[in-house]
Design a protein around this ligand. Structure first.
Ligand SMILES: Nc1ncnc2c1ncn2[C@@H]1O[C@H](COP(=O)(O)OP(=O)(O)OP(=O)(O)O)[C@@H](O)[C@H]1O
Ligand SMILES: [Mg+2]
Length: 232
């Protein structure tokens, strides 16, 4: 795919009731299909940036273009649908629906997005393929997400992000609850699946050892004019 997956221009973002902005990013771009490792200290604004990219928070100023659509100009409803169609999000806190089974959590994006449902073709078979690749045993698939270990929930969250091959994968500290061999397997799977789908990947982690596998490494402090770590 040509062009950019993410293009940020002149972005200013402040959390409500905060005296100063959290993000002031003059420019940042990720090419379509590019895999980027983003790091920065705790409290520096990494999750805030990802929330803006996911359209769950709105900036005070600036443009956030995803595949040439400025999501800041969309209505909340259209923005939600845009996210469902084009972004696979692995949240720092997973955000699984606790009462739904592991398998149904993975299938969820396909109920919100016809685009992803069509791309996945046989959605159940695709969900099972992803869970198998993520090393989640089949006897866990019918279990409610709340009854899985944290590491197991993290792998369900990854399968949910990958189903239906969204063009952009955003992962917020997705390996923090995994043991070292599973961390590596998890990153390998994300890179392999995003590569196969031609998807861009923005991967946030504290663990700099994982950076070597990515096309590019970005320190948030190098793109953000606010020194978030100063107040963290
Ligand atoms: N929901 C919120 N409401 C108000 N302020 C918030 C909220 N979430 C985060 N912040 C503030 O924004 C700043 C950046 O937080 P953020 O969660 O983006 O950091 P982070 O880089 O993701 O940190 P970590 O590595 O610990 O996950 C912090 O100072 C935090 O207090
Ligand atoms: Mg965070």
């Amino acid at each position: 795919m040509n062009g950019s997956a993410i293009r940020i221009a002149d972005l200013l973002f402040r959390w409500p009731r905060q005296p100063r902005p959290c993000l002031d990013i003059p420019a940042f771009e990720i090419a379509a299909g590019e895999r980027v490792f983003l790091h920065g200290p705790s409290g520096s604004g990494k999750s805030s940036l990802l929330g803006l990219l996911g359209g769950v928070a709105q900036p005070e100023r600036g443009a956030i273009e995803l595949f040439c659509t400025d999501i800041t100009r969309l209505s909340a409803r259209v923005r939600d649908q845009f996210r469902a169609d084009h972004i696979g999000f692995i949240f720092q806190q997973f955000n699984l629906l606790p009462w739904l089974s592991a398998l149904d959590n993975v299938l969820l994006p396909c109920t919100f997005s016809a685009t992803r449902r069509q791309r996945a073709d046989d959605v159940r078979a695709e969900a099972m393929r992803l869970l198998t690749h993520l090393d989640l045993a089949p006897d866990l698939w019918p279990q409610p997400a709340a009854e899985l270990s944290v590491g197991q929930q993290q792998r369900v969250a990854a399968a949910r992000a990958l189903i239906g091959r969204p063009e952009l994968l955003i992962a917020d500290e997705p390996t923090s609850a995994l043991d070292a061999p599973r961390q590596q397997a998890f990153v390998d799977l994300l890179l392999r699946e995003s590569g196969a789908a031609g998807a861009a990947l923005l991967f946030v982690s504290h663990d700099d050892r994982l950076a070597a596998h990515f096309d590019r490494t970005v320190a948030l402090a190098d793109i953000n004019r606010i020194d978030g770590a100063a107040s963290a």
